[in-house]
Write a protein of this length. Sequence first.
Length: 169
Amino acid sequence: MQVEAIRRFLNNQVTETAGAAHFTDSYSDGAYTLLCSDRRSDGVLLDALIGDQPKERPYPKLVRGLLGGRKRGHWMNTQENVFILLALDRYFNTYEKATPDFVARVWLGQAYAGEQMFKGRSADRQQLTLPMSALVERTANGPANLTIGKEGTGRLYYRIGTQYATFKL
C-alpha cells in the first residue's frame, strides 16, 4: 500500500514536454544548504524507478531532460554528475544492451515515405521531411495512418512533429 502511494505521488510530480521530462520538487528558501538540485533529483528518481518499474514511465524523456541539462559536457557539480551518471548507467544497461543494427521505414497510408539505416551507436539525429502537400493529399482521400517499422536489433527512438504556416490569399 505504501509503495503504491509513493508511485502515485511520483507519477504526479512528472512534468513532460514534447521532448523531455523531469520531476518537479520544491524546497524552502534554505535550499542552498541542502545542495538542492532538480537534475540530481531526476537522476536519483530515474535510477530508483527503473529498478522498481522497468517497463513503466517516460524514461527516454527523463534521459533527454538530463542530457539536455549539461553545460560543456557536464552538469553543475560533482553530486549532479555522480547521481546522473549512475542513473544513465542503469538506463543504458537496462534498455540499450543490443547494439543498433536495423533499418527504420516510414509509410504514410499505403505510400512508402522513406527509410534510414542505423548501424552502431551514435548520438546523431536523422530527419525525414514530408511536404504538407503529401499530408493534405492523403487526408483529402480520408485519414491516412503514419506507420513506422523497424527491422533488426536495437532500440529506435523517434519523434513526430509538424511545422507549417498557413497563408490566406
